[in-house]
Design a protein around this ligand. Structure first.
Ligand code: IPE
Ligand code: IPE
Ligand code: MG
Length: 248
């Protein structure tokens, strides 16, 4: 595939939404959509690694998704475990390091074991980091960050005045996670749904009505092409406009 973007986002996050609707459109149970969605995860992970993306973070199960019907949750958990164990070989082949963030202790023990196994086995890989957000909530991450800092203040390790953005970043679930550059959401909803609230600050948003099982490498390329056209100002003024103002 001769896809050559001028600039690659360092960190892509994806809200993989629309599995249930994809299945319902085909008169199948929602879990069928989740099953097909796993194939997309495999394809997109490999393509991001091939392109040289530094980190891909996939929103796979939110802290709010625990409120779904028990059967769906149980199915998602077993699908997740199977995915981790079968994907390991591919992760090794592609030199991908695996990580997971979220309230992992709420997950079934068999899933926790699979996460530990894959994290451990891929820890020496030096290519892309694939991070799954599982039982994850952006607000919970910030709550946990506040607790961690409070404990350090009480223990006398830091002073309140030491708390700045760098120290906050260092106490997130994955302290070395780069800021999100590109946030892709499938399924068409115009919202963040509690994903990476701290890291999303200056991410470029790319939202498509496509449902997750229909997402392909070509759409990923399109998102990166569009990302390249965006002007990321980070609160500053663009050079041309600054010049125009001074010459008035
Ligand atoms: C996203 O697909 C996958 C998870 C949240 C686990 P949905 O299951 O939310 O699919 P829709 O939005 O109902 O179509
Ligand atoms: C977001 O999708 C969570 C994941 C993709 C894991 P949801 O389907 O849970 O989000 P809402 O309910 O539409 O906001
Ligand atoms: Mg949804």
């Amino acid at each position: 595939m001769d896809f050559l973007p001028t600039e690659l986002p360092r960190h892509i996050g994806i809200i993989m939404d629309g599995n249930g609707r994809w299945a319902q459109l085909r008169n199948k149970p929602r879990i069928w959509g989740h099953r097909m969605g796993v194939k997309t995860v495999d394809i997109i992970t490999s393509e991001c690694a091939r392109l040289g993306i530094q980190q891909l973070t996939l929103y796979a199960f939110s802290s709010e998704n625990w409120q779904r019907p028990g059967e769906e949750v149980t199915y998602l958990m077993s699908l997740l475990r199977r995915f981790l164990l079968t994907e390991l070989r591919k992760l090794q082949e592609n030199n991908i390091r695996f990580n997971a963030i979220g309230k992992l202790d709420r997950l079934p023990i068999r899933v926790q074991d699979a996460i530990e196994h894959v994290r451990d086995r891929t820890s020496h890989n030096t290519g892309m980091t694939l991070c799954l957000a599982l039982s994850y909530g952006g607000r919970l991450e910030i709550v946990d960050l506040a607790k961690a800092l409070a404990r350090k203040v009480i223990a006398g390790e830091i002073a309140i005045e030491d708390i700045d953005e760098t120290l906050c970043q260092a106490n997130l679930y994955q302290p070395d996670m780069p800021d999100l550059d590109l946030l892709i959401r499938t399924g068409g909803e115009m919202r963040i749904s509690n994903f990476l609230l701290w890291q999303v600050s200056y991410a470029e948003l790319w939202i498509t009505p496509l449902l997750w099982p229909d997402f392909t490498e070509q759409y990923l390329h399109q998102a990166i092409v569009d990302f390249n056209k965006r002007e990321r100002r980070f609160g500053k003024v663009p050079c041309q406009k600054a010049l125009a103002t001074t010459s008035v």
